[in-house]
Design a protein around this ligand. Structure first.
Ligand code: BTN
Length: 263
């Protein structure tokens, strides 16, 4: 079981100090942090749960959330920048997770827009949800990180992994959680100050496993293939068509796949 006092001590002097809610089980941490926010919890509140009974993924999928081995957490933010910039927050969390994993010696990368991968397999997914209020908006950023899960069901064994599987070693979930939140606070502060991804773009592109690779753009209007070049300052993926022209692809509309596999 995660130790709240220890995580609290690790988060001392961070913007998340004193804002952690730790639960043994919940339907979804995204749903719970939303409910708490409506009851008056402050922006910056983080809900962490040992397990989720209805973990939610992107595009209406579910997120398998077994107990006691991984990290499932959601934070609520009420940014004062324009709502159009909010979708970029999901890239910030991907940077925070990948940066933290690198600092701890794991060779993590990002599959655009926000899957964190190691060795071509996904170990972290991020679900960002935006909600309107009478006088503005707020955002919930939910992160699921496979930490110590020893094995995965056959259906996802080729595409999913955990830090323990990759490193062969049990990982300290409390330290990881605190380090990711600290890293997120840093990238968020930079983004809010600069008003764009400009200062973080180089780091994101260095982490981007799609960069320079052939990708299949799964556009609802029709799939097409091209070469991923990087991102622009709003986080869209720049993909070069065969005829040389470059198209910016927005994550809300399409997803990408590697031509030869998941990445
Ligand atoms: C994805 O499909 O890649 C996104 C998965 C996001 C899962 C996390 S786990 C914590 C938070 N609570 C949820 O219900 N979903 C997110």
């Amino acid at each position: 079981m995660l130790n709240k006092e220890r995580i609290g001590a690790l988060l001392k002097d961070s913007p998340f100090e004193g804002k952690l809610v730790l639960l043994p089980t919940i339907d979804s941490t995204n749903l719970e942090v939303d409910r708490l926010y409506w009851k008056g919890a402050l922006p910056g509140t983080v809900v962490v749960s040992e397990e989720q009974t209805a973990g939610r993924g992107r595009r209406g999928r579910s997120w398998a959330s077994c107990a006691g081995e991984n990290l499932y957490f959601s934070l609520v933010l009420a940014p004062d920048f324009e709502m159009e910039k909010a979708p970029m927050l999901t890239l910030l969390m991907a940077i925070a997770v990948a940066r933290t994993l690198h600092r701890k010696g794991h060779q993590a990368g990002i599959k655009w827009p926000n899957d964190v991968v190691i060795g071509g397999r996904k170990l972290c997914g991020i679900l960002t949800e935006m909600r309107m209020e009478q006088d503005g908006y707020y955002v919930i950023i939910g992160t699921g990180l496979n930490v110590n899960q020893p094995a995965f069901p056959r259906e996802i064994a080729q595409t999913a992994t955990s830090l323990k599987r990759e490193s062969g070693q049990e990982q300290d979930r409390e330290e990881l959680l605190a380090a990711i939140l600290e890293a997120f606070a840093a990238v968020y502060a930079q983004f809010a100050k600069e008003g764009s991804l400009s200062g973080l773009k180089a780091e994101y592109e260095a982490l981007l496993v799609n960069c320079g690779k052939e990708v299949m753009v799964l556009d609802p209007k029709g799939a097409w293939e091209g070469t991923a070049m990087g991102i622009n300052e709003t986080g869209e993926l720049l993909v070069r068509h065969e005829d040389g022209h470059v198209e910016a692809v927005f994550a809300g509309e399409v997803s990408v796949r590697g031509i030869y596999g998941y990445v």
